[in-house]
Design a protein around this ligand. Structure first.
Ligand SMILES: [Zn+2]
Length: 114
């Protein structure tokens, strides 16, 4: 899979959905999911990539989990960092639509709160 790599500096501490800065003292919401079988993200492991969505004109930052990381051990191939419950709800419903398209990266989205 070809994806645009995003620098950690740009990706970390930013909401995947609205792009707002997430301050250190703010609660962080997140969710992750499994990639579709056959999608190879190996070269992006441990970095952030930019994904163009198909159902809405939007690009979202997604963190590809690294082999050996706790998220990976829980079966998450990618993670999103979200600033608020409102963003999480909105993003989740869009991502479910993306997954339903069948050609998207997002096979199985599961909520993951921290
Ligand atoms: Zn947000």
């Amino acid at each position: 899979m070809k994806a645009k790599r995003v620098s950690d500096k740009k990706a970390l501490g930013r909401c995947s959905w609205c792009g707002k800065r997430i301050k250190d003292d703010m609660p962080v919401f997140g969710f992750g999911g499994r990639k579709r079988p056959g999608v190879d993200l190996t070269e992006y492991e441990g970095s952030a990539i930019l994904i163009s969505l198909a159902t809405v004109p939007k690009e979202v930052i997604c963190m590809v989990t690294a082999t050996g990381s706790p998220a990976k051990a829980y079966g998450k191939d990618f993670m999103f960092m979200i600033c608020s419950e409102a963003c999480a709800d909105e993003m989740k419903s869009v991502m479910e639509a993306e997954a339903a398209l069948g050609n998207a990266l997002f096979g199985n989205l599961e909520e993951l709160r921290n």
